[in-house]
Design a protein around this ligand. Structure first.
Ligand code: NAD
Ligand code: IPM
Ligand code: MN
Length: 349
């Protein structure tokens, strides 16, 4: 029997609840589909940091390298560990080290879910650059605490990095409805974003079948709310993609629905699957986190691992559950209730 080796990193807050839920669903579908999923759990988190002084061991990246994929819950417990320490100690280094440059974030309104726009048929795919740009980590502070203090945070855009993500966006658009929105702020940012616009134009000649439009990110944000049906695939830089995907999550009914795949398209290292949301300290420990985003991310993981039928079965179960009104209202149904309903839908097929 085919066995996929998965590294499980529940992380902080609701991260454990949602990864437990997704794992139960994944195990069910694996058993029913005739393949095996073998997990190794890593306790890397803010609690781990408090015990060891590190978010993951020094050889953490090398340890993860031998897995077929990584499933992650959420990282961050800002009351005890600054986000700048926790995220730069665990999540962001994994994305970079494993060249997971394509962050795929689908936004669809599932049946029965009341999004704030009541945008029926809302279906956008956001492709976010995931390894450079505004998240380069380059910069510094001088004269800390003084009146003349200066903080510099340098965005780094490389031709290789920009080309590969825009090309990825074109490919995704070609496989969907043939429309690509390339997002910049080239009216204000005259180097990196003009560079991005130029590369979009250059690549467009290779994809005559894709209708590409360049938008400024502010206008695109408004368009996502006012005319979401005019959009298909969006390709954006790291920070713009981050912001637009929380907006996409809101339109699809909340952060509990938004899935995310950090893909290494060359398959030279494992890809990582996680919800768009964070550790949600405000609801942690209450048992009411919506696990659908992580279950959906788990389906994206199966798809990436070549288990297309199993992934499709999960993606049929989720709307079957929401259509019954289960999991559609934040806080109404427990994590366990929603998980059990997804498993029941899978086994009822
Ligand atoms: P958040 O996504 O954790 O929470 C924002 C809001 O959405 C909260 O009201 C929360 O209750 C709600 N929410 C999130 N997930 C939900 C779910 N599954 N079901 C129901 N409601 C849900 O964002 P935040 O509060 O800005 O961040 C909290 C911590 O998580 C911070 O440390 C932040 O840096 C970190 N974070 C981590 C990741 C990640 O690991 N990928 C992503 C985002 C934020
Ligand atoms: C996300 C998160 C992360 C990001 C944070 C926690 C660093 O918001 O995955 O969307 O900005 O990439
Ligand atoms: Mn985010």
């Amino acid at each position: 029997m085919k066995t996929h080796k998965i590294a499980l990193i529940p992380g902080d807050g609701i991260g454990r609840d949602v990864t437990d839920a997704a794992w139960a669903v994944l195990q069910t579908v694996a058993t029913n589909s005739g393949f095996a999923l073998e997990s190794t759990q890593f306790p890397w988190s803010c609690a781990f940091y408090k015990q060891t002084g590190r978010m993951m061991p020094e050889d953490g990246i090398e340890t993860l390298r031998s897995f077929d994929a990584i499933l992650l819950g959420a990282v961050g417990w800002p009351a005890e560990v600054p986000d700048s320490v926790s995220l730069h100690g665990l999540l962001l280094p994994i994305r970079k080290a494993f060249v997971q440059y394509a962050n795929i974030r689908p936004h669809r309104l599932l049946p029965g879910v009341q999004g704030p726009l009541k945008a029926e048929g809302f279906d956008i795919l956001c492709i976010r650059e995931n390894t450079e740009g505004e998240y380069s980590g380059a910069g510094g502070r001088v004269h800390q605490g003084m009146d003349n203090e200066v903080a510099v945070e340098t965005s780094i855009f490389t031709r290789k990095g920009v080309e590969r993500i825009i090309r990825f966006g074109f490919e995704q658009a070609r496989a969907r409805r043939g429309k690509l929105a390339s997002v910049t702020k080239s009216n204000a940012q005259k180097y990196s974003m003009v560079f991005w616009d130029e590369i979009t134009k250059q690549l467009a000649t290779e994809y005559p079948d894709v209708e590409v439009t360049s938008y400024h990110v502010d206008a695109l944000a408004a368009r996502m709310v006012m005319a979401p049906e005019s959009l298909d695939v969006i390709v954006a830089s790291n920070l713009f993609g981050d912001i637009l995907t929380d907006l996409g999550a809101a339109i699809q009914g909340g952060l509990g629905f938004a899935a995310s795949a950090n893909i290494n398209p060359d398959r030279s290292a494992p890809s990582m699957f996680e919800p768009v949301h964070g550790s949600a300290p405000d609801i942690a420990g209450k048992g009411i986190a919506n696990p659908m985003a992580t279950i959906w991310s788990g389906a994206m993981m199966l798809d990436h691992l070549g288990e297309r039928d199993a992934a499709a079965r999960i993606m049929e179960a989720l709307p079957a559950v929401t259509a019954k009104g289960i999991g559609t209202t934040p806080g109404k149904d427990s994590t366990d209730t929603i998980t059990a309903a997804v498993i029941a839908a899978l086994t009822a097929e």
